[in-house]
Design a protein around this ligand. Structure first.
Ligand code: MRU
Length: 344
């Protein structure tokens, strides 16, 4: 891949600003907590695993910027910054998972001097990034076993390299198939309101020479009814203990269609995205975003200026509509409330 989603160097987090893609490839450097928070909130850095890795590096930046005159002041600043980063977006559990892991790492080093605590935190964030890359590769391998040469897959939003440290979750299988000379085709949903499918999935797959066709969200039923789709593969922001899965708004509709047309729906799921503390989808907080995202496209007004808008960023696909949850540890089939427990 000739781009990086995020890279930590010399105390700064370099990210590809995803709000500018596909028109402009601009990397920005984050070296303070407000900028890390804003980057996640405004979707410059987005996708559940990438948010988690970015938050972990955000915790390192917090430690670097913390007062060093006393350990008490250092830890107070560090924990406050961690909580601030965690308040940037509510749905992807990877954010809270990564922040909790960084806090636990800090707790375990309380007896050390500050310099070594910072080193330990950076090592932990790098480990989280490396683990994410390995997880995604394994998800791709496991997913490949569910497909056959020549298959066409529909995906939604962007669960690709741009949403992770590398490879992606839902898109990892396409990179792997290409490496192995297996022919897979992709239909990418546009994914209104913010167009992650059109702007990001179409960008990264076509750039890697993967056969991708873009459709508007309302064309999914048509391509399924025409027998063009062999499987639907999407990522996830949070999976509840019973298998209910929060992912980008529109996934629920796709799941209903897939069930209707007898097409398997696979969730590409790193285990850090599974939240066993949420019993069902009802417990997953769903982010609502600004009305402007619906009333405008790239700043151009496409609806009356003050029209009422409802803009949930995610929906919950009921476990019943999911064929399998594909993790790095293996493929989980229903009944999910029993089989997800066996993963940990
Ligand atoms: O609002 P976004 O762009 O962060 O939403 C992203 C998604 O819904 C992805 O499908 C999900 O985070 C999985 S990314 C591997």
């Amino acid at each position: 891949m000739d781009f990086h989603t995020l890279k930590f160097e010399d105390g700064k987090l370099s990210i590809l600003d995803q709000t500018l893609l596909p028109g402009e490839e601009r990397y920005i450097e984050l070296d303070n907590i407000q900028d890390v928070y804003d980057a996640i909130k405004t979707l410059k850095l987005r996708g559940a695993p990438a948010i988690g890795v970015g938050a972990a590096y955000g915790a390192v930046i917090a430690a670097l910027n913390a007062p060093k005159d006393s350990k008490e002041a250092f830890f107070e600043y560090f924990y406050n910054c961690c909580d601030f980063i965690a308040s940037s977006r509510p749905t992807a559990v990877n954010l809270f998972w990564a922040i909790r892991r960084m806090k636990q790492k800090a707790d375990s080093m309380k007896a050390m001097d500050i310099e070594h605590i910072i080193e330990g935190l950076e090592a932990e964030a790098r480990l989280i990034e490396k683990e994410d890359e390995e997880i995604n590769y394994k998800i791709g391998e496991n997913m490949l076993g569910l497909l056959k040469d020549g298959d066409t897959v529909l995906t939604h939003c962007n669960a690709g390299a741009l949403a992770t440290s590398r490879y992606g979750t839902a898109l990892s299988v396409f990179y792997l198939a290409k490496q192995k000379g297996i022919n897979l085709k992709v239909y990418a949903d546009e994914t209104r309101p913010l167009g992650q499918g059109a702007r990001l999935t179409a960008w990264e797959l076509s750039r890697s020479g993967i056969d991708v066709t873009l459709i508007c969200d309302n064309m999914a039923a048509m391509v399924m009814s025409q027998g063009k789709i062999n499987a639907v593969i999407v990522g996830c922001d949070r999976i509840a203990a019973n298998g209910d899965t929060a992912n980008k708004i529109g996934t629920l509709g796709l799941s209903v269609l897939a069930k209707h047309y007898g097409i398997p729906l696979y969730i590409a799921a790193p285990t850090p995205s599974i939240d066993m503390e949420c019993k069902s989808g009802k417990d997953i907080p769903i982010e609502e975003r600004d009305a402007l995202e619906v009333r405008t496209i790239k700043g151009i007004q496409v609806a009356p200026e003050n029209i009422k808008v409802y803009n949930p960023a995610f929906d919950v696909t009921p476990a019943d509509n999911i064929t399998a949850i594909v993790t790095e540890k293996g493929i989980v089939y229903p009944p999910f409330e029993i089989n997800l427990k066996k993963l940990s």
